[in-house]
Ligand binder design. Structure first.
Ligand code: NAP
Ligand code: MN
Length: 266
């Protein structure tokens, strides 16, 4: 089996990464940064997001594991002092894999050119580069609303505990194949109207944003932020691709939610 380890870059994470590499090589696993079967990220959820995008071209072949050197994470849920246990589990046992849904984002441009396709593990956000964001929102090809406000956030179930939660979105269990649209400070008065509540769309329902006046936007995909010019539409749906996590012990999603947001004491 081939493995790769990515570190957040601080000295604690780097030292832990070195230990993991040495341990796994002692078990005769092969360090292969280019084509690993298993990817271990050491740091936080942000480090796992980085690892996900580093290996996004071979998601069907890779299983991810996250170790946290800071606070407990949703993707990074192994403690540094569980490393020996984790290494033995990786080396000795055929491991279980759980799959989580991803977000597909397709950006199309007004004057042709190749569309851009992204996969998001947490979410994609759309904001204006100047002033208020104005977007027509379409669901399954039907006009739904004209949004005016700071921005829109479309998240995955596993990303629902991140930016989406700060926007008042629901926490969605990753066994549910869905995407969630949440508003950022919509303008609502006698003239302008949006639904106000987060919307949850099932697989195969397409959400489309169409520019009204301005065609340049800041679009984020997880930690990546790219400005897109001359945009015709931005399309979101549950991706066909999935992300795979290696599972060595039960740590149910609702327990991770509890331990992260309510109390870490058990
Ligand atoms: P960051 O600024 O370090 O991330 C913000 C926080 O979100 C960090 O504490 C991060 O955990 C945590 N996080 C990431 N994914 C999560 C998840 N699925 N569930 C719960 N918490 C999660 O930047 P980053 O590490 O590069 O992460 C990028 C993410 O930041 C974006 O995908 C977005 O979700 C989030 N974000 C949140 C807000 C907000 O809440 N207002 C605003 C912008 C961006 P770690 O410390 O373990 O990395
Ligand atoms: Mn971070």
């Amino acid at each position: 089996m081939r493995f790769s380890v990515l570190s957040k870059g601080d000295s604690t994470s780097n030292a832990l990464m070195q230990r993991i590499i040495t341990y796994l090589q002692d078990f005769e696993l092969i360090y292969d940064e280019a084509e690993p079967d298993i990817v271990i990220s050491v740091g936080g959820d942000g480090t796992l997001l980085y690892a996900f995008h580093r290996y996004s071209s071979r998601l069907d072949k890779v299983a991810f594991v996250g170790v946290h050197t800071g606070h407990l994470g949703f993707y990074a849920d192994w403690l540094p002092d569980e490393i020996e246990k984790l290494v033995i589990a990786i080396a000795k046992t055929p491991y279980q894999v759980v799959e989580y849904p991803l977000l597909e984002v397709i950006i199309r441009y007004r004057h042709g050119g190749k569309e851009t396709k992204y996969l998001g593990l947490n979410e994609s956000t759309v904001k204006s580069t100047v002033g208020t964001l104005v977007m027509d929102v379409e669901i399954r090809g039907e006009h739904f609303e004209r949004f005016r406000g700071d921005g829109l956030c479309v998240s995955t179930p596993s990303g629902s505990t991140a930016y989406n939660k700060a926007l008042g979105g629901a926490i969605i269990h990753p066994a549910i194949h869905a995407i969630q649209l949440a508003e950022m400070a919509s303008i609502n008065n006698r003239v302008f109207r949006t639904v106000g509540s987060p919307l949850i769309l099932p697989a195969h329902h397409t959400l489309m944003l169409k520019p009204v006046y301005v065609h340049d936007f800041n679009v984020t995909i997880d930690h990546l932020n790219v400005m897109h010019r001359d945009v015709k539409s931005i399309q979101f749906r549950v991706a066909d691709e999935k992300v795979r996590f290696a599972r060595f012990r039960p740590f149910p999603f609702w327990k991770r939610v509890h331990d992260s947001f309510i109390s870490g004491e058990g």
